[in-house]
Design a protein around this ligand. Structure first.
Ligand code: HEC
Length: 132
């Protein structure tokens, strides 16, 4: 009995790896290009813009204005929050992924945005953060 169970587990293991691999790989930069106008801006508009425009707490405190592509790329009074092609080192991604000090978690004092929304922002940056 024991002698045939082990290879069966290996087969299952291989099958699970293939399924997971197939699910993870296309989501990396190989997928369709992410559009700033159609994919990224609607997320910022819904989740961030209320605070990140003149009059909002995020804009008043950090200077980050998300009304346009240009103002978003300009960043805060400390500099750019987006490093094109490098989502991991972009502060904008660090604050939404909760990789910073708790008080900088974004959206500020609100629930973390969905994994799906965060992935869209991440892919857009890794694809060059273009105004497309
Ligand atoms: C409820 C208001 C609010 C919302 C919504 C909000 N922010 Fe903020 N944001 C702030 C405030 C306030 C600060 C300043 C925090 C500080 O310096 O202590 C800030 C600062 C920032 C900074 C600069 C961090 C730094 O290092 O100085 C980034 C980047 C940022 N927000 C991104 C986002 C993103 C992306 C979203 C949407 C997913 C978002 N914010 C939604 C209020 C908000």
């Amino acid at each position: 009995m024991f002698t045939w169970r082990f290879p069966v587990r290996l087969v299952w293991g291989a099958a699970i790896l293939l399924i997971l691999g197939g699910w993870l790989l296309p989501t990396n930069a190989q997928g369709e290009p992410v559009s700033f106008k159609n994919d990224v801006f609607p997320i910022l508009e819904l989740r961030c813009l209320s605070c990140h425009q003149p009059g909002g707490s995020g804009f008043e405190k950090s200077g980050l204005d998300m009304r346009t592509y240009e103002s978003l790329m300009k960043g805060t009074k400390y500099g750019s929050m987006i490093v094109p092609k490098s989502a991991f080192t972009s502060n904008l991604i660090a604050v939404i992924d909760h990789r910073t000090d708790t008080k900088l978690y974004m959206p500020h004092n609100k629930k973390r945005i969905s994994k799906c929304e965060r992935l869209i922002l991440r892919f857009w940056i890794n694809q060059g953060a273009k105004n497309n």
